[in-house]
Write a protein that binds this ligand. Structure first.
Ligand SMILES: [Zn+2]
Length: 508
């Protein structure tokens, strides 16, 4: 019998074969093949757990080899694979494990023999199936995650003493059982609770439909944070490939939630401005995905953006450009996907009063410049949609009866489907990600509109990157109306979204 475990190295990982040799000699257990502290300690845990579960711990000298030897083995998820390898090598369980002779085994052991859930089940199962290891044994809490891989003979085990009662699980639960937290878009902050702000809501729909990065700026209490949080309920569901990537990242971070399968709704992450570089970008002693990777396929919302550390904001440039992040640790480099929609909210100035009716801003021109400089031109350049948010008048608060997010989401989903269909042969799916070289093809504007566009670009002082951004947003606006051609109104609306922020100009 061959027993495998799995180790993650960034988004990717390796199957690890566990081999056990028992020979006569002074009783001892040696683990070789670059085990870390937790794996070395496993020998004490598995000895007690094996005895507590009614098995014999073999006497003699036990050598456990983890192959390939040059990959570092981390964490407690190896426990169960080590225990089963020892039991198998001593001939105690060979009639208990049904099916074929190759097994992926995951689980942490308690001293009592009870088996605890582990991180990273989904990528481990995917790696095993890819390498032809089709018998999978996981802790019960990780079962839906293992089943989400869609194939294989999947077994679950709650206690080592129940090994003789293993049953192949019937995949009764849908393998795509979504997780609760982001499953139901109707339980999220809703635009029906945001009175007035028609311009802001329209911009949110455009951002949701095309995946465009967005900045909301305005005085405190104007509704920026509520508006940004409402974006989650407007987002279209994840495409199946992205859903798989997102679930895999969340599984590696141990955030999939017990008893939960695939993630089908886009994640919405809201890190606090006190977040560390490691928390946001990823890293750590046992390398973990950061917020930008947990937001893969969804939204990264930075409330009070200028309060974040400047170097953290600048480190967002690589993932925004490439859709992935590289983390170097101890001479090794690891990567995670991080293709997210960036949404930033900010006060217009340090005191917050700039642009607020009947209030006085006490900030100097220099202070305002310094404040925005922290966000930085390179980051601002990638923000397609910049929206000034103003407080709503009491009359509007009393009388407005806004549409609910669910109603608005219908056209967002249709616009998203149009993009998915148009880009089915491409390596991108959304208007945000149209490369410069394809703008002529996908954001074509008719000859009679070209003079209009040139005039508008001059009037707004748009750089060439800003022009590209306006074209992509206009494409999304046309998609929202179900049009194949970009119209003058689409261009005009897209131009309005780019009016602010290109020359430290944040309020007029
Ligand atoms: Zn001010």
């Amino acid at each position: 019998m061959q027993i495998f475990s799995h180790v993650s190295a960034g988004f990717e990982g390796f199957l690890i074969q566990v081999e056990v040799f028992i020979r006569r000699g002074i009783p001892a257990v040696d683990i070789v093949g670059l085990p870390d502290g937790a794996v070395r300690e496993a020998k004490e845990r598995i000895r007690v757990a094996i005895l507590q579960s009614g098995f014999q711990f073999p006497s003699g000298r036990i050598l456990i080899n983890l192959a390939p030897a040059d990959i570092r083995k981390e964490g407690a998820s190896f426990d169960l694979s080590l225990a089963l390898s020892v039991l198998s090598a001593s001939g105690q369980i060979n009639d208990m494990l049904p099916g074929g002779s190759s097994w992926l085994v995951l689980g942490e052991l308690e001293l009592s023999g009870r088996i605890r859930a582990v991180k990273g089940t989904l990528p481990a199962v995917a790696a095993a199936l890819k390498d032809g290891v089709s018998n999978i044994l996981v802790p019960p809490e990780n079962l839906p995650e293992a089943q989400a891989a869609g194939r294989g003979n999947i077994y679950s085990l709650d206690h080592l003493q129940n090994l003789s009662k293993l049953k192949n699980t019937i995949q009764a639960d849908s393998p795509n059982a979504p997780m609760d937290k982001i499953a139901d878009p109707d339980n999220l902050p809703d635009l029906k609770d945001l009175k007035g702000q028609a311009y802001l809501k329209r911009a949110l729909m455009v951002a949701a439909a095309g995946g465009h990065h967005m900045l909301l700026f305005g005085p405190p209490g104007s509704g920026k944070t509520l508006a940004a949080n409402c974006l989650e309920g407007l987002l279209p569901p994840l495409a199946s490939e992205t859903s798989h990537e997102v679930s895999r990242i969340w599984s590696q971070a141990g955030k999939l939630g017990r008893g939960k399968g695939m993630i089908t709704r886009p994640p919405f992450r809201t890190p606090h401005h006190s977040a560390t570089m490691e928390g946001l970008i990823g890293g750590g002693v046992q390398i973990q995905p950061g917020e930008i990777s947990l937001a893969h396929g969804g939204v990264l919302f930075l409330d009070e953006t200028p309060e974040f550390q400047g170097r953290i904001l600048q480190s967002l440039r690589e993932p925004l450009e490439n859709g992935k992040v590289t983390i170097v640790r101890a001479g090794q480099s690891y990567w995670y996907p991080s293709r997210f929609q960036l949404v930033m909210a900010a006060n217009p100035c340090p005191c917050g009063n700039l642009g607020k009716p009947e209030a006085v801003c006490i900030c100097s021109h220099n202070e305002i410049q310094r404040y925005w400089k922290k966000v930085g031109g390179a980051l601002m350049d990638r923000i397609d949609i910049r929206i000034p948010v103003e407080p709503v008048s009491p009359e509007v608060l009393l009388n407005d009866q806004p549409l609910a997010s669910a109603e608005l989401r219908v056209s967002v989903v249709e616009a998203s489907d149009r993009q998915a269909f148009r880009y089915k042969e491409e390596n991108f799916r959304r208007n945000r990600d149209i490369p410069v070289g394809k703008l002529g093809e996908y954001c074509f504007i008719r000859e009679n509109l070209q003079a209009y566009f040139t005039k508008m670009a001059r009037f707004l002082g748009l750089s060439s990157r800003a022009c590209h951004s306006v074209l992509k947003v206009a494409r999304t606006i046309a998609d929202l109306s179900g049009h194949d051609d970009i119209s003058q109104e689409d261009l005009e609306e897209a131009g309005q979204y780019r009016r602010y922020g290109d020359s430290n100009f944040f309020w007029n």
